[in-house]
Design a protein around this ligand. Sequence first.
Ligand code: ADP
Length: 255
Amino acid sequence: EIERANNMKSHFLANMSHEIRTPMNAVIGMAEMALREKLPPAAREYVRQIKSSSKAPLTIINDILDFSKIEAGKMDIVPVEYEPMSIINDIANIAEERLKEKEVELIFDISPEIPNRLFGDNIRIKQVLLNIVNNATKFTTKGQVVVRMYHEPQHDGRILLRFAVEDTGIGIKEEDLQKLFNSFQQLDSKRNRNIEGTGLGLAISRQLTHLMEGEVHVQSQYGKGCRFSFELPQVVIRNEPGISLKNPEKLRAFG
Ligand code: ADP
């Protein structure tokens, strides 16, 4: 009986979020098109507000849809050939935008030896990494956010692909670390009242990681920052390094 009720709930959530998502996408799409037109300044501002206000409910709906799909056992992992560096490119663009107004340095530490073509579900890997990076940018007001990608070779043409995200944000209390991955759990709700979110992101991330046969870890010092990491087994398609530089000793990076 309980299982039946739970299935009905997941089914309802999946249908409901799907029904809301379609028109939300239309609202955002139409607002984007309207912004390409010549509009009087006041009208432009109204449409811009429509677009930016629609994004938050869309994120929540997407989270609920994913969560209910996972609960109903309907979340499929779809492995394809992909380039790991493209995940980093996409994440870099989004994180840079989110940190634009803050005094937070964004650092990418990518091992140059990662094979440049792998087989795995790059969309879901990106979803997990993006959720963790978004949290790091949300909860950090100064200092830095570091995103690391590296790997460990394994037997039979596989590697363990590892990601870590370190921030110098508000951190998490020792006693809260266990609660983090529960659904609908947001910590310190008084202090974080103004920060958006559903408390579903990490629950989804952990379940997606498990579906991909990986694991997520978290360490934190309250008041100092967090380190979230996860690793996933991936099949190697092409074992050439993902980054190659001609004469690297002659190149200098400037901040
Ligand atoms: P949300 O959608 O609310 O961000 P998550 O499941 O992703 O949901 O995160 C749950 C809670 O964990 C957050 O509301 C926050 O309290 C805490 N948290 C997650 N990441 C961090 C971080 N990098 N620094 C501090 N607190 C964090």
